[in-house]
Design a protein around this ligand. Structure first.
Ligand SMILES: C[S@@+](CC[C@H](N)C(=O)[O-])C[C@H]1O[C@@H](n2cnc3c(N)ncnc32)[C@H](O)[C@@H]1O
Length: 228
């Protein structure tokens, strides 16, 4: 199974919905202030952020590499697909978003190409708004062991951070009749220092905002880029 689809399966059990809602409201504050009319949400997940955009009558669509996530997004009435950035026409959107550490799924060496693809789909002077986990977010918030269970499911997550990488092991047990079926997966996330993020070709980093969603120190940084 695609590890992102396994993540889609366990996401309702982890349920960071309250914290993510705070994050969505922060994005919406900027999107309103910038008078954005069209948005492509990369890594749209379950589509909840797209729904907020739709409710504000913004022309919005999402893409995600997990087909299960895309299905869930479509079920709540938003437009989502498994397209890649390359599948869109150039200069199509006023804004691209990547909400809830989507950028941390990309290794350092893929970052420049990702920014290049976003640059292509943005209108002149368009915005790219995203957030990344801080070092504190990785070391103090994400690292460790978590377990969840209900009557039919059991989940154990173990995350270890070293050398700018967070490796998350997932063991998920789902009841099938009298027995449990086990699914294993691994997700790798990468820490991107602010210095690296500042020097993305074709963009000016206009503004950053530190966010405390989970801890007592900032665990995420919101970044607002404008296409040069
Ligand atoms: C932590 S979730 C956040 C989902 C959503 N933005 C939200 O706010 O709930 C990260 C999502 O990014 C997706 N993803 C990771 N890398 C991606 C990529 N390169 N392109 C598209 N989607 C990606 C994953 O499948 C997952 O749904």
């Amino acid at each position: 199974m695609n590890p992102l689809d396994l993540y889609a399966k366990i996401e309702p059990l982890i349920g960071f919905y309250e914290q993510y809602e705070i994050l969505y409201q922060t994005y919406l504050r900027y999107i309103n202030a910038l008078h954005i009319g069209s948005v492509l949400d990369v890594g749209c997940g379950n589509g909840k952020f797209l729904k907020h955009l739709l409710d504000r009558e913004i022309d919005a669509e999402g893409i995600d590499r997990s087909a299960s996530m895309v299905q869930r997004a479509n079920e709540i009435g938003v437009r989502a697909s498994c397209k890649e950035l390359e599948d869109f026409e150039a200069e199509r959107f006023e804004c691209v978003t990547a909400v809830a550490d989507v950028l941390n799924y990309l290794p350092q060496k893929e970052l420049a190409a990702f920014f290049h693809s976003i640059h292509r789909v943005l209108k002149p002077k368009g915005y790219f708004v995203c957030d990344v986990n801080t070092l504190y977010g990785f070391e103090a918030v994400a690292e460790g062991v978590m377990r969840f269970e209900d009557e039919t499911r059991f989940l154990c997550i173990e995350a270890n951070y070293a050398d700018k990488e967070l490796l998350t092991h997932i063991a998920f047990f789902e009841k099938e009749g009298e027995l449990y079926r086990k699914q294993n997966g691994q997700i790798r996330q990468y820490f991107h220092p602010l210095g690296e993020l500042k020097k993305q070709e074709g963009f000016r980093l206009e503004r950053t905002e530190s966010l405390k969603l989970f801890g007592e120190s900032p665990d995420k940084t919101l970044l607002i880029y404008q296409k040069r």
